[in-house]
Design a protein around this ligand. Structure first.
Ligand SMILES: Nc1ncnc2c1ncn2[C@@H]1O[C@H](COP(=O)(O)O)[C@@H](OP(=O)(O)O)[C@H]1O
Ligand SMILES: [Mg+2]
Length: 264
């Protein structure tokens, strides 16, 4: 299922509306609490989820929505559905370091066909769809995205808040000079998509909604997201919510150490 340019623009508007809800909370002395899985939750997550769900239901009536914070009625596998993380990087939100994002992805036949990633505190919007392309919009400036491997040291980017030490061993096995930068949330995919980083190894858990929109942006910018067991990272309501370990790359031919200890 391909989406039209005006539909992609509408997805951007929905993300921006969610971003406004999040920023309204961010500016206050907001409370946070923990979900059953011990991940943090704020009013920002819930308000953004509500706005996104309402927007998607009106724009794409009847299309199933799986969000981190809510699930559409009905169950079973569907070929086409939305994957939504209304506030990715809740820990970054709590730390007030601005590196959190709104994520909306359209999945068809297991692949992310379109994605919008908005970093509302940074004012950066990334959006892409198969057949259309990938762009970054910041203020009035819009630029096409093109992932590219630097000619210098390999620029590795990784999680700011979730590093269980496995990454250090992986970096030691890299056979080339490299630099390392930490960044929160799905912004890591976007940094590769805009040519600011080369590789994002994820050797710890993520959920499907954490990665789908970022993958759509990166793939349409020319990059790739490879799953530990081989092939491009895929999505589905009939699959585990937890992603396998993966590596996101500007250039899929980049050599990297095996993603050992991969979850499936
Ligand atoms: N132990 C765990 N189990 C499942 N998901 C985890 C996890 N630790 C981190 N994550 C996922 O990693 C995301 C944050 O990514 P990063 O570390 O790259 O900023 C979290 O998104 P949320 O912040 O939306 O909960 C969460 O979904
Ligand atoms: Mg998330």
């Amino acid at each position: 299922m391909l989406i039209r340019r005006d539909q992609l623009e509408s997805l951007c508007e929905i993300a921006q509306a969610a971003g406004r809800e999040i920023m309204a909370v961010y500016r206050t002395d907001f409370a946070s609490w923990h979900k059953q899985d011990q991940s943090p939750l704020t009013e920002g997550d819930l308000r953004a989820d509500k706005v996104i769900r309402a927007g998607l239901e009106s724009l794409f009536p009847g299309v199933f929505i799986l969000s981190e914070e809510s699930t559409s009625a009905g169950s079973g596998a569907r070929d086409v559905f939305f994957l939504v993380d209304p506030l990715d990087g809740t820990r970054e939100f709590l730390r007030r370091n601005d590196e959190f994002t709104v994520n909306i992805a359209l999945i068809a036949q297991g692949r992310p066909m379109a994605g919008v990633v908005l970093a509302p505190a940074l004012g950066e919007l990334f959006f892409a769809a198969q057949g259309l392309g990938a762009w970054k919009r910041q203020g009035d400036v819009q630029t096409p995205l093109r992932a590219r491997r630097s000619e210098g040291p390999l620029r590795v980017i990784g999680s700011r808040s979730h590093d269980d030490g496995v990454l250090d061993g992986w970096l030691e096995r890299l056979q080339c000079a490299h630099t390392y930068t930490a960044a929160g949330s799905s912004l890591k995919f976007c940094r590769i998509a805009e040519g600011a980083a080369d590789i994002y190894p994820r050797l710890g858990p993520t959920n499907q909604w954490d990665t789908a929109a970022g993958q759509a942006v990166l793939e349409q910018a020319g990059g790739a997201v490879l799953a530990a067991q081989g092939g491009d990272l895929r999505y589905g309501l009939d699959r585990a919510l937890l992603n396998p370990h993966f590596v996101a790359l500007a250039d899929r031919l980049t050599k990297f150490p095996p993603l050992q200890g991969a979850a499936t």
